[in-house]
Every structure is written in structure tokens, then in C-alpha cells.
Write a protein that binds this ligand. Structure first.
Ligand code: SAH
Ligand code: SF4
Ligand code: F3S
Length: 486
């Protein structure tokens, strides 16, 4: 689910490992204090920052885009690779100077790094006042108030129930067209390289009613696209008995049966044909034919699947504890092609240089890419994370220069495949949803087709939020260009 909203561009091994962040924007509703949040990592974290902003808003804070104006600064952090943590450490040291001039300012570290390091962060980073894990955000106002009185605080309690279902997120950095909805939290998969199960806790699914309500509310406010988010959306499962015995009543409209991901997709798709539905991330072991048929049934469910393979070699996949092998993955891709056709976009995440990976095994990742023909990928070299199964069991034995060389080969391959796939779109007529102005010209607009590719068109009389039918005329590896079909 890494950086899923980033436009694809040609990147290097160094850039692939780097970490972007998003900040809050200025909002002035007359509250007495200002909150600045900087969010790192995946879309789940960005979505959490919207929940945090909502909780703080209820407690007297407007958001700001200028940290120098802020009474409270939160860094919502990521631990996925070492680089992600180092970026935050560096940022904290930059905030030191500001805090020296404004000692009353509260600085909080939230998210995955907070959960991983707990009290240690207070010891190691003197500047930090509060450390709060992803399941403890309701406690933030309380902890901030305590910090204002000069007492540092930590809450990294991981919950089995918390889904923040009742909290309406404040939409940060939103283009007013598409929004993200968290449908589940945590992860039970224990991929051996991954820190997420430790930082996000056990997997739990959110009440489908609250999801549909949130999507409906967004649609009523003019949004045209929602992306359902989870580390493993295909294992979404909500049963009233398990999740909340108190809800087991027969009120009208109350769901009393188990809802799986295909059911949930359908419930959201039915809100309106004018509301596009996307989702991320799909784990190859869990994506079912039922989900694929539901995607086929509704035009407004976008034909795009982020299906991270990580490696194309079965031995490495086993060491990674991904619980599928090369053949299983290829069978799932064949099913996607059979049910949804060639035009369905497929993207992936790749890890180069996992423990003990041989040159031949690395080659299998490249041949996997050739067979699947991914539209794009998020590509990384392996970064050992403390406490994970891989860190305990296997030696991180691939030298950094080899990891980087393998990663560059994967990136080169992906750039070629992206161009090849984009070329196939030339001449096709597609519906795009306009998201705003193109980055390069105010005379052009940027939209996305169903397969999640960016399409640039001349502005004409169109505006953000319009659905426009276009014929694709040209492409680069990263972008399609289209002409409006009248
Ligand atoms: N839940 C998603 C992945 C979330 S993490 C899934 O299962 O696909 C996003 C991506 O970061 C992963 O898919 C993986 O490619 C990468 N990643 C995770 N841990 C990593 C590590 N230790 N080193 C390098 N890349 C890693
Ligand atoms: Fe990490 Fe695996 Fe869970 Fe994805 S499915 S978050 S890679 S443990
Ligand atoms: Fe996301 Fe990073 Fe945490 S990828 S779940 S913010 S470790």
C-alpha cells in the first residue's frame, strides 16, 4: 500500500527507498490552538492523520500548514524500512531549534515508530513530549493537556477492537474528488520481513454500516471516488456476533450476517454508479474469484488491483512467509485476466535482495514481471527491521551494492513494462475522472482511468470531479495523453 497516490515516475534505487511526507493544510474555524501534522508512510497512516485531526478539532485545535505557528506538532511516523525511521529522526533534530525558541510547544510522535519504540523514544529524543501508538489516538487530547503541564506521556496500547468507526475524519490534503476510507486495521499475516504486525497489532474489521455511511456522506459532499484501505482488504470479515455482541439486534437495515470483502465492495458500489470504488491492498493468498466477479459486475468498481508479489521465486516467498508460491500467484493473475480482461491494471510491490537470495532467484523476479506485465510497481531493497521473524531467523547477507544493483534491474524492467502497457492504451476510448490541474500546465487537466493511470487532457470547459470520455493518443512510461471524445 506504499504511497499509492503518488504518480509513477522513473526512479532510482535511492529514490525508491526515500520517504515523502504530507502536512496539514490551514483550516480556520476559530479554534484557539493550532495543530500541525506531518505524515509519513502508507495511505493508512495518512488516513489516520485525518482521524487524529478530527479528535483534536473536537478539543480546540485548528490545523495549520506552518509548523512555526503551531502549538502542537505531531509526526505520524512509519517504520517499514530503516530509511523511514532515519528521516523522522532527522526531522526531529530540525524541530529542536524551533522548540528552543518556543518551549511551550508540544511535540508528539505518533504511528508505527511510536508503537515500535515506545518509552525509548522519550529517552532518545529529548524534544519529544508524547508518544502515541496507532490504537491510542482517542487519548491524544488528554496526553497533550498533560504535556502542557510539563509531564511527558506515552500510550502505545494495542487494541483488538478499536476501528475509530464513529469518528468522521477531517479530510486533509483532499482534492475534493477522491477520499480514503479505512475498512480494517492491523495485520495477522506475519510476513517475515515486515514490521507492520508489531506496530499495528491484530487484524480487525470495521462495521460495514459505518463504512457505507462514510462513503455515502462523502458522495453527498461531492466526492466521486473512494478507496477502501487495509493491509489485506481481501480478508475483511465482519460478523456481528464476533465483533460486537451488543449490536446483535434486528433493527431495520442492521446487518446480522457475516460480511466479506466482496459483499462490502458491492454495498459501497451500490451507493451510486457515479461513485467510483477502489481498494488497496490485496494479498495474493486471499483475493477470491467472488471479489473478481463483483468487480466485473459493477462498472463503478475500478478495474485495478494492487497485488504485491514481493519476489518471483518460491523459495524466497517461503522464507518471506508469504504463504503462496510462484505458481499460486500466476494462477491468480490468470484468473484476473480471465474474469476482468487485459485492461485490468495490476501493480505490485517488490523487495530486492532478501536474505540468501541468489542471482537465479532474483532473475525469477524479473521473469515474473515479464509474465504478469505490471502496469507499475513500488520497488525497494530489503531493509532488516528489528524484532521481525527475518531479523531473528535469517542473516541479512546480501551486500548493499548487490541489493541496489538488483533493485535497479527491477526498476529498469518496470519502466519498460509500464511503457509497453501504456502503449496498449493508445487508440482506446476510456472514461476518466478529473482530479485537478496537471502539474505541468494550468491549461491541462489530470484525470485517472479505471486502471488507475494518470491521463492528461486539454482543459476545455471541464473541471475537477467531471467524468470525461477520452481517446488515448500518446503516452510516456508514467502518463497517458488523451483527447476528449464528444
Ligand atoms: N500489506 C501490504 C504491504 C504493506 S508494506 C502487503 O502485504 O502487500 C508496503 C511494502 O513495503 C511491502 O509490500 C513491501 O514490498 C515493502 N516492505 C515491507 N517491509 C520491508 C522491508 N523490511 N524492507 C524492504 N521493503 C519492505
Ligand atoms: Fe506486512 Fe505482510 Fe501484513 Fe502486508 S500482509 S502488512 S507485508 S505482514
Ligand atoms: Fe504504514 Fe509504515 Fe506503518 S507503511 S502501517 S506507516 S510501518
Amino acid at each position: 500500500m506504499e504511497n499509492i497516490i503518488k504518480d509513477i515516475d522513473i526512479i532510482s534505487a535511492e529514490e525508491a527507498q526515500a520517504c515523502d511526507y504530507k502536512t496539514t493544510e490551514d483550516e480556520n474555524t476559530g479554534k484557539s490552538k493550532k495543530l500541525y501534522i506531518e505524515s509519513y508512510g502508507c495511505q493508512m497512516n495518512f488516513s489516520d492523520s485525518e482521524i487524529v485531526a478530527s479528535i483534536m478539532k473536537e478539543n480546540g485545535f485548528d490545523t495549520t500548514s506552518d509548523f512555526e505557528q503551531a502549538d502542537v506538532i505531531f509526526l505520524n511516523t512509519c517504520s517499514i524500512r530503516e530509511k523511514a525511521e532515519l528521516t523522522v529522526r532527522k526531522r526531529l533534530s530540525q524541530f529542536n531549534a524551533i522548540k528552543r525558541n518556543k518551549p511551550e510547544m508540544t511535540i508528539g510522535v505518533l504511528g508505527c515508530m511510536a508503537e515500535r519504540l515506545k518509552e525509548k523514544l522519550l529517552e532518545e529524543e529529548q524534544i519529544v513530549d508524547v508518544v502515541v501508538g496507532p490504537d491510542a489516538y482517542r487519548d491524544l487530547p488528554n496526553l497533550v493537556a498533560t504535556a502542557e503541564d510539563g509531564n511527558k506521556g506515552v500510550n502505545t496500547f494495542l487494541s483488538r477492537e478499536e476501528t475509530y468507526a464513529d469518528i468522521s475524519p477531517v479530510r486533509l490534503n483532499s482534492n475534493g474528488v477522491s477520499a480514503f476510507i479505512s475498512i480494517m486495521r492491523g495485520c495477522d499475516n506475519m510476513c517475515s520481513f515486515c514490521v507492520v504486525p508489531f506496530t499495528r497489532g491484530r487484524e480487525r474489521s470495521r462495521d460495514p454500516h459505518s463504512i457505507v455511511r462514510e462513503a455515502q456522506d462523502l458522495f453527498d459532499k461531492g466526492f466521486k471516488e473512494v478507496t477502501l484501505l487495509g493491509q489485506n482488504v481481501d480478508s475483511y470479515k465482519w460478523s456481528p456476533e464476533e465483533n460486537n455482541k451488543a449490536r446483535l439486534n434486528k433493527k431495520e437495515g442492521e446487518v446480522t450476517e457475516v460480511v466479506n470483502f466482496a459483499n462490502l465492495l458491492e454495498m459501497v458500489a451500490l451507493i451510486s454508479p457515479q461513485l467510483r470504488v477502489r481498494f488497496s491492498t490485496s494479498h495474493p493468498k486471499d483475493i477470491t474469484d467472488e471479489v473478481l466477479y463483483t468487480m466485473k459486475k459493477y462498472d463503478n468498481i475500478c478495474k485495478y488491483i494492487h497485488l504485491p508479489v514481493q519476489s518471483g521465486n518460491s523459495r524466497i516467498l517461503e522464507l518471506m512467509n508469504r504463504t503462496y508460491d510462484r505458481e499460486w500467484y500466476l494462477e491468480r493473475v490468470a484468473k484476473i485476466r480471465e474474469i476482468l480482461g487485459e485492461e485490468c491494471g495490476i501493480s505490485s510491490d517488490m523487495i530486492a535482495g532478501f536474505c540468501t537470495e541468489t542471482e537465479e532467484e532474483h532473475q525469477e523476479t524479473l521473469t515474473m514481471m515479464d509474465i504478469v506485465k505490471y502496469d507499475f510497481s513500488y520497488m525497494f531493497y530489503y531493509s532488516e527491521r528489528p524484532g521481525t521473524l527475518a531479523a531473528k531467523k535469517y542473516k541479512d547477507d546480501i551486500p548493499l551494492d548487490v541489493k541496489k544493483r538488483r533493485l535497479n534491474e527491477i526498476i529498469d524492467k518496470q519502466n519498460k513494462l509500464s511503457e509497453e502497457r501504456n502503449n496498449l492504451d493508445i487508440g482506446k476510448v476510456q472514461e476518466i475522472l478529473i482530479e485537478g490541474e496537471s502539474k505541468r500546465s494550468t491549461e491541462q487537466l489530470k484525470g485517472r482511468n479505471s486502471a488507475n493511470k494518470v491521463v492528461i487532457i486539454d482543459k476545455g470547459n471541464f473541471k475537477k470531479g467531471d467524468y470525461v470520455t477520452v481517446k488515448i493518443t500518446d503516452c510516456t512510461p508514467a502518463t497517458l495523453f488523451g483527447e476528449v471524445v464528444s
